[in-house]
Design a protein around this ligand. Sequence first.
Ligand code: NAD
Length: 483
Amino acid sequence: MDKMTFVLFGGTGDLAKRKIYPALYNLFIEGKLPESFSIIGLGRGQMTDEDFKERVKNSIHTFSRRMSKNDSTMERFLTFIRYSKLDAANKEDFHSLLKLVQDREKELNIPENRLFYLSVSPTFFETIAMNVKNSGLGTTKGWKRLIIEKPFGRDLESARSLNQNLSNAFAEEEIYRIDHYLGKPMVRNLETLEFANPVLQALWNNKFIANVQITASETVGVEQRAGYYDQAGALRDMFQNHMLQILMMTAMHAPKQTGENEIRAEKRKVLESLRPLEKNEIEKNVIRGQYDSGIGENENVPGYRDEPGVSEDSLTDTFIAARLQIDNPDWTGVPFYIRTGKKMKEKSTRIVVEFKANENEIYSDEDPNLLVIEINPNESVSLILNSKNPANGKMESINVDYASEKLDVPDGYELLIYDALRGDSRFFSHWDEVELAWEWVQPILEAFEENRIPLHKYAAGSNGPDAANLMLEEDGFKWWLDK
Ligand code: NAD
């Protein structure tokens, strides 16, 4: 890997503390960082390098997946770190930053390879990119890369404008948009599951698959993020990005090669084939929900509108379920059901592929075969087959199972940062994907904003509104594995 400088905007923030420093440290102890590198943390406040290093050390002790047995490893890691105070809008601060970057490059003998990680509010993305360019920080003899965190815009128009402005300072191939679902090991494994198994490959189409269900349910509510969430909702926060990325990874065709351009092209084709929803079709195909006070163990849980920071007449979606159709020869006629919500019964991100019923009537009463891919909180793959119980001779479902619970699975940020440092952009969102996803979602956003479709209440601790179950019942299906 090339020697490089890692410039972290938002170096004193929550994401840096919980994810980015632990990821860098784990890469370091695994020998995956170059022999010499420079990390420069940035924040708005004044701080000495020593105080900053202490913070980094504490965050690693609290959040790292593992620690080196040798204390000197931590001390060595910290020698690569410096801090600088920076306000995104202050041009002078960028000149000081350039000087620090160059001094460290000389000191550590690092060529001008610079990665700029923007772990700050998206309102600063454009200003920072512009100041990186104008200060000379972005003029390098080596490579430069930009990592940004979602949200990439709040609708089609703002996403286009953000992209336009970023592209004045960074070329598309230099921009690494993090969708942390693409850091999840089981999402990264989809390609192998689908394409390295001739058994599944043969069945991966509308001849054998009845429907595909993608669920991402959370048990938490808005927590401390009401200010952001009430302006976003599930459609923007989860659906436009993470859920559509999982859809692309599930429905794409086998790329001819595993290079980033080939994979991106296949992913893009999925979105290009996604049947657009006309204005009058939205209500039939999209269920908008919002949690209410709870049931059962959640009895005392307040409804969304009673959460601190949420307006009492908020129409924000905390749940969305949708039926999508992919119009290409492999998938025509196979509904893809996607749902995601907060304050649901179970924390689970999973894909369930339901295979078509047996055409042989003698056996057709049995449950369908299911392929279940659990992405979160545990990684597992199971295939549910019908089999005769050897003891009583009755037909029953058996589970062919793989679970990686006991493996020491790296955190997604570790994988993504490692990819970005090597210049491998396969598991980042390309602009084409972001734009096509916004294009598909835009009519739904408008229907929500104009309050044109019902807002279904669901009890905190439930599996979402009944309307989401009815949508599948209409097609003769049900959500599998709901507890
Ligand atoms: P945070 O509020 O904890 O930290 C914000 C950081 O931005 C701080 O380091 C602060 O010093 C810096 N900052 C604030 N104003 C600034 C200015 N004017 N100029 C320069 N720096 C400034 O935020 P966070 O939770 O770390 O989130 C950072 C980004 O990552 C956000 O865009 C967020 O949406 C995204 N994100 C966060 C999480 C998470 O788990 N925290 C998950 C996904 C995405």
